[in-house]
Design a protein around this ligand. Structure first.
Ligand SMILES: [Zn+2]
Length: 223
């Protein structure tokens, strides 16, 4: 698939070239410029970004590991397809198995310093409240991913962390929404969860995470 040249620009700062190439391709996928299932031509990208094929292939390998890109034998790279309704339901079933338990454990074992960190993430997300547009939404998505990752890390179970990471929930979910908007509702759900962890109340933390995931499912199913 041909990629429009409108957004092409030569990349600078070669010291962080790999990251820049990654971000450029990530942005094209998240914005829908290269749609689900769309072919990603290594040559074309290398020309557009003014780099060799090596950093392009490295970035695509990273995106493949994150579930956003698939590599097919003899065909090459393409953007991972959107989740079907069934896959979305399965994703939420798995999140409901894993994350409420992780939240329960966090109420028991999360160090105070880490609680302060997730409160800071909540504050950063609150600063984006009611923001519209893809940039604010993408920022919110990354903060939300960091928030959920930190809870999974703090649950202190490597297999749990691996299972959750393997779902690639955030990269799939944030591509489903066409009219991005960050609302107060999500922030309230996160704050209830953090309050329960801070109060060292495992049952309340588990319940708050379950409620957050169920409501999130309803929001994405509607979108
Ligand atoms: Zn969340």
């Amino acid at each position: 698939m041909a990629i429009p040249n409108a957004v092409a620009g030569l990349l600078r700062r070669p010291a962080r070239l790999g990251d820049e190439v990654y971000s450029a391709i990530f942005a094209r996928i998240m914005s829908g410029e290269i749609g689900p299932g769309g072919r990603i031509g290594v040559d074309a990208l290398a020309r557009q970004l003014g780099v060799s094929q090596t950093p392009i292939r490295e970035a695509l390998g990273r995106l493949e590991a994150e579930g956003l890109v698939v590599k097919t034998h003899l065909v090459g790279y393409s953007v991972a397809p959107q989740l079907s309704a069934r896959q979305l339901a399965e994703l939420y079933e798995m999140r409901l198995l894993i994350e409420p338990f992780a939240a329960r454990k966090c109420a028991e074992v999360m160090p105070e310093a880490v609680i302060a960190q997730i409160e800071a993430l909540c504050a950063d997300m609150a600063a984006l409240a009611n923001a519209e547009g893809l940039d604010a939404y993408a920022q919110f998505g990354q903060l939300d991913m960091a928030f959920h990752d930190q809870i999974a890390v703090s649950a202190d179970n490597a297999l749990l962390l691996q299972a959750l990471a393997g779902l690639h929930a955030h990269v799939h979910l944030f591509r489903l929404v066409r009219e991005p908007r960050v609302t107060r509702t999500v922030l309230d759900e996160h704050e209830a969860l953090v309050a329960a962890i801070k109060a060292r109340d495992p049952a309340a933390a588990e319940q708050a995470m379950r409620a957050h995931i169920e409501r999130s499912h309803a929001r994405f199913a509607a979108a």
